[in-house]
Design a protein around this ligand. Structure first.
Ligand code: MLT
Length: 240
């Protein structure tokens, strides 16, 4: 099994996704928030790139019980039902609901992953479950970091490295690209204190500064979920 890693959606777009399994990671916070939402009974997400697209889709599909969720500069979008904080996605709000979601980097990475054979949602929350699912899929893997505005970000890369590490420990016969190997080395540096790494990352500091620091603790809950949502035909959902 070959493991490659893209530091940003821009880089992912340059890669050949055919026949591959792609894991999309936005550790702070979009993919962590999605996993929490599924734990709380959410039925699906529809990722879209822009606020306008989200509003139009909600208006066109009034027949469905849709909610609008997402952020810009980490803050909820005016007129949306939910932000991008995992604390927003409580059972009483999201149980049985479909959320149209737009975030700055996370939904971009998802949309860039569309050409892959399988797309999985990853975060620190579901590392072990993800590793098992990838081994079961038996495909070459590309870890797609959402990054920050087209560039490298620490937290997604460390999370990508954690996936490489888990795959190795779970006995997968893997060969790593240079970027996957570099991510694993970064993970080994931070593995004993993922919370501190998230807190000290640039985006973690920004989240703190806008009063969203509590979300960082939630995103640092390594292996707190057994769920591995899939992105297929425009929707993110649990297929088992
Ligand atoms: C993103 O997609 O850029 C992030 O999830 C931003 C955030 O923390 O809200």
């Amino acid at each position: 099994m070959k493991i490659d890693l893209a530091f940003s959606p821009y880089e992912l777009e340059k890669k050949d996704l055919q026949g591959k399994a792609v894991v999309v990671i936005d550790a702070l916070r979009a993919t962590s928030t999605m996993i929490v939402a599924f734990e709380n009974g959410c039925s699906a997400f529809i990722p879209v790139l822009t606020v306008e697209e989200a509003k139009k889709l909600a208006a066109d599909r009034r027949d469905l019980d849709l909610l609008l969720g997402g952020e810009r500069r980490a803050l909820p979008v005016e007129g949306f039902h939910l932000g991008n904080s995992p604390r927003d996605y409580r059972p009483e709000k999201v149980k049985g609901k479909v959320v149209i979601m737009t975030t700055t980097n996370g939904t971009q990475a998802l949309i860039a992953a569309r050409g892959a054979a399988e797309v999985f949602i990853g975060a620190f929350l579901n590392l072990s479950a993800l590793s098992h699912r990838l081994i079961e899929a038996g495909r070459d893997v590309i870890i797609a970091c959402a990054g920050e505005k087209g560039f490298f970000c620490l937290e997604d890369t460390v999370c990508g490295g954690a996936i490489v590490d888990r795959l190795e420990k779970d006995g997968a016969a893997i060969s790593e690209s240079d970027s996957a190997m570099a991510a694993k080395v970064l993970y080994e540096y931070f593995e004993n204190d993922i919370y501190r790494m998230l807190l000290e990352s640039e985006w973690g500091q920004y989240l703190e500064s806008v009063g969203l620091g509590k979300d960082i603790r939630i995103c640092a809950r390594v292996d707190s979920s057994r769920l591995v949502p899939v992105y297929r035909e425009g929707k993110i959902f649990l297929d088992r």
